[in-house]
Design a protein around this ligand. Structure first.
Ligand code: C2E
Ligand code: CA
Ligand code: CA
Length: 698
């Protein structure tokens, strides 16, 4: 509507002399007046000439009536008769002087009168001369016609001129009146036919809302359907409709773009950006009303394996149904969105207590466990949730969302199908973990990683038979970072793969160096993570590193935990077979801590079992540990596998193990893990300690 008022003003308040009809009238008036004037002038001029001609013939006719008497008077030289004749002539008011003259110019009779006086004479004397002179010859037949004198008459032209003038004025006035009438008629016609309908059209146009130009059409003034105005109105209406259509399409396109930018295409839920602004609004309102809010981040547990197992299509459909179910259970107290992937978020408004939030989360978890049916597949899923509270945990939407997300991840890693409330100390832990993760990415390049070696000894022969390679991270600020802290991080972002290859290369080089020092036949065991084991190119990559470093396969062995095998047993078996066929032995690490089962152990091409150090720690005092250790040793013997005890810290533990027929030991008692520079002494020391067990001399 803006801009309409000034236009309307200029249209309705236009000055009268700017109006079309007035302009037309002025034109008509001017032209008809000038044409009328011109024509009247010609008419008057022509009439002036004819009027003079008429005057002449009238006078001559008048004079001829007295010719005979005047001739008689001059012939008989009778002045009295002459006077009488002239007196008769003077009865015409036009005649101002009359004379009867002898041929020699002597006057017989004469009479005079003054010219008529009138202010109009100024004009009439210009049109006609003031007087006109007529001379009539006087003859007598005596017997032949003889000239006896002249009759001379002077007339005043004024009376005739005045009559002429009166007629001319009437002619002029008639002409003017005609012009005026024509102008007025044209003005009126123009007003009725053009100005007034145009005004109606303009008013109708001004009523049109520019925002919706097609809503109202310009009205057609009656009786103008078929003329140019009708065409104008129709064309205008078509144009307005076209504009409306165009605007409509444009608005639709804009709305589509807006939807795409604010809503998730798959679930139709608001996206993260939109949700953040909802959350900001909710926080603002909660702040005013002094209320609490809960932000709940929900992730489907193990969504990746649903995708792997049933395909992305089913995964997408599940997400849709999942979103629908969340919305079903949502009342006016909630609003939800899709953050990313399988992660949804929810705001719970006006929370009275965290207990209520917990109850709500619990009910959501329950709700989610109801099976989802997609086509003919029935899926049972669970979800994990992270919950943050406004204002307790923060007031910044993005921060709250991040915290909720982290808390959810924590709930997932805690075993899933549960909810966690955000705890500030955990947040700090997560942040530290994130920082470590970042630092770890550059640790390799910046040569912050090193490999330490811990000897394995044959407790019966008193010989060092091998080493275990244990990675060390010397952080530039934090110093020593324990592998138990950073290995899981490296596993979570797969950087363990690159690190693992680096360890293999390092071990090859160190093994060569050891051989050069005379320590032959010491195979070095390298710890492997599940994700390394499950890489299809692991064996070939490892072999090419060995080749590059000119190491033999017997110099290398691997230690793999039970849980690493279990996640994909078939893959593990084929990798281990490939390693074994190349001459690289594998040991089951941390044996006894997982789901140790005979059936899988029989299938695995492994050469040794490593008893986890947790069973060795209290071996001398704890009956249970003694029994477990005994059982593992027996199992190893029956399967013809070496059994290695790790975490041996004392001579007594070592003796107990030897008595129980465990030959190989590893632990602080023999040697701590040491770097290459200290390794030769450590090897000697470990050998000595091993021989001490059975009291052998060095
Ligand atoms: P693990 O394979 O069970 O390694 C044995 C752990 O026990 C080592 O801890 C070692 O230093 C420690 N240890 C050795 N003797 C004793 C002892 O007498 N008493 C006690 N209390 N501990 C002893 P570390 O070096 O901190 O390594 C921890 C874990 O990190 C290893 O457990 C292994 O799972 C992982 N790890 C170490 N290096 C690598 C590597 O290069 N690659 C992979 N994937 N994992 C590694
Ligand atoms: Ca190990
Ligand atoms: Ca262990």
């Amino acid at each position: 509507m803006n801009g309409k008022v000034p236009v309307y003003d200029t249209l309705t308040q236009s000055r009268w002399y700017d109006r079309l009809s007035v302009k037309l009238m002025a034109w008509v008036l001017l032209t008809s007046l000038s044409v009328g004037l011109f024509l009247s002038f010609i008419q008057v001029s022509v009439e002036a000439v004819t009027a003079q001609k008429h005057l002449d013939s009238d006078i001559r006719q008048y004079l001829s009536t007295v010719r005979h008497s005047a001739s008689q008077a001059i012939y008989s030289i009778d002045p009295a008769l002459g006077d009488q004749v002239l007196e008769g002539l003077m009865s015409s008011e036009m005649i101002v002087r009359a004379r009867i003259l002898h041929p020699n110019g002597n006057v017989l009779s004469q009479t005079n009168r003054a010219l008529q006086e009138s202010p109009l004479r100024v004009l009439t004397d210009r049109l006609f001369e003031p007087t006109r002179l007529y001379t009539l010859g006087l003859y007598m037949n005596t017997p032949a016609p003889t000239h006896y004198g002249n009759l001379e008459v002077t007339i005043d032209t004024f009376p005739a001129a005045q009559r002429f003038l009166n007629r001319s004025i009437i002619t002029f006035i008639a002409g003017l009146t005609m012009a005026m009438i024509l102008a007025i008629v044209l003005y009126a016609a123009h007003h009725v036919i053009l100005t007034s309908p145009i005004k109606q059209i303009i008013e109708s146009l001004l009523r049109i809302d520019p925002a919706e130009p097609g809503l109202q059409s310009v009205s057609l003034p009656p009786q103008h359907e078929h003329d140019e105005l009708g065409t104008l109105v129709k064309a205008t209406n078509e144009l307005l409709n076209a504009i409306e259509g165009h605007q409509h399409r444009r608005a639709e396109a804009e709305a589509r773009v807006l939807r795409l930018s604010q809503y998730d295409v798959l679930t139709g839920l608001p996206n993260r950006i939109q949700f953040r602004s909802y959350l900001q609004g909710a926080i603002d309102e909660a702040q005013i009303n002094d209320q609490q809010l809960a932000v709940i981040c929900i992730g489907i547990d193990d969504f990746g394996s649903i995708n792997d197992q049933h395909g992305y299509n089913v995964g997408d459909r599940l997400l849709q149904k999942f979103a629908e179910r969340l919305n079903e259970s949502r009342d006016t107290l909630h609003t939800s969105c899709r953050l990313v992937g399988d992660m949804l978020a929810l705001i719970q408004f006006n929370v009275i207590s965290t207990l209520r939030v917990a109850a709500f989360a619990e009910s959501l978890l329950q709700d989610i466990t109801r099976p989802f049916v997609i086509d003919d597949i029935t899926l049972r899923i669970s979800a994990s949730m992270g919950i943050v509270m406004y204002p307790d945990d923060g007031a910044e939407p993005e921060k709250l969302l991040q915290q909720a997300e982290q808390t959810m991840n924590l709930a997932k890693s805690d075993g899933s199908n549960r909810f966690h409330f955000y705890v500030a100390s955990l947040d700090a832990e997560i942040r530290e973990r994130k920082q470590l993760e970042k630092d770890l990415l550059s640790a390799l390049d910046q040569k912050q990683l090193q490999v330490a070696y811990q000897p394995k000894v044959d407790m019966v022969s008193g010989q060092v038979i091998g080493l275990e390679a244990l990675i060390r991270w010397i952080h530039p600020e934090r110093g020593f970072v324990p592998p138990d802290l950073f290995i899981p991080i490296a596993e979570s972002n797969d950087s363990i793969v690159e690190i693992g290859y680096w360890v293999i290369r390092q071990v090859c080089q160190d093994s060569q160096a050891l051989e050069a020092m005379g320590h032959k036949d010491l195979s070095i065991a390298i710890n492997l993570s599940a994700c390394q084991l499950h890489r299809t190119d692991f064996v070939s990559q490892s072999l090419s590193i060995l080749e590059e470093e000119q190491a033999r396969t017997e110099q290398i062995a691997f230690e793999i935990t039970e849980t690493a095998f279990m996640s994909d047993l078939n893959q593990a078996i084929s990798t281990l077979q490939a390693l074994a066929s190349e001459g690289m032995e594998c040991a089951v690490d941390d044996f006894g801590t997982g789901f140790s089962s005979l059936s899988y152990l029989k299938q695995l091409p492994v050469a040794a079992l490593k008893i986890d150090k947790q069973f060795i720690r209290d071996l001398l005092d704890d009956q249970d540990d003694q029994q477990i250790v005994h059982a593992i040793i027996q199992l190893g013997r029956s399967l013809k596998l070496d059994v290695i005890a790790e975490g041996v810290e004392s001579l007594e533990q070592a003796r107990h193990l030897v008595q129980d027929k465990c030959r190989i030991g590893q632990g602080y008692y023999f040697s701590r893990p040491v770097f290459m520079d200290k390794l030769p002494e450590a090897l000697d020391e470990a050998g000595q300690r091993a021989r001490d067990i059975l009291g052998k001399e060095g």
